[in-house]
Design a protein around this ligand. Sequence first.
Ligand SMILES: [Zn+2]
Length: 254
Amino acid sequence: MFGSRRRRERAALLQAGFPAEWSEWCDRWFPWIGALDGDQRLRWERRTHEMVLDTSWEPARGFEITDEMAVTVAAQAQLLVLGLPDGALGAVRAVVLHPTTIVVEGEHSQVDGVVSDDPTPILGEAVEHGPLLFAWDEVLHDVEHPEEGRNVVLHECAHVLDAADGVYDGTPPITDPELADDWVRACTEAYHAVVEGSDPGVVDPYGGVNPAEFMAVATEAYFCEPHALHRAHPALSDVLGRYYGLDPRRWSGA
Ligand SMILES: [Zn+2]
């Protein structure tokens, strides 16, 4: 009974359309919305709406998650996958929001499998089969300062896409064999440039930690500094564009 009532309520909310106050909020913060065509905007609104309704939003103790916070996370997550099929972020069932940077104490396993017991500051985290975790102040900082070229929501959601085939290895499932070959070639070349320090600084040096982190920071660069990335790594920019099905140079200043 409870389940079917919830389903009816969810359907009614989706039927009512993307709430006007969410639209106003997003239009104020996300300049890329104006560059979406009609179909893209409708798809983005539907998927953002579904993600807000279907995700378990879990506040850290003493924190309260507002609609604006959930919409801010979902809106950016759904921009990232706008050119991918429905359900690309279906593995994300829950999002934990902390008010500010989390310091993890005690034994802690990182994406590359290294276990550390040093206190580690965490701005965001993607755990396989677990919730996404973000520091809200970092999410907001990235929205307010796109010129800094960082975006923790895009970063963690890129990890989710990467791990859709079960491994964090910097290569998401790609069905087109030509794109898969080009992806490996372009990413390997740019990854080595970052590891060797010969990258001109567009891709965050943190990407040199391992291929999974490389994919996450390259994704941030592709969406936040698309012109600079295209100049520095045209082949990398090309495979990211073919994979994500979006060209952020359309809405970014040079
Ligand atoms: Zn990462």
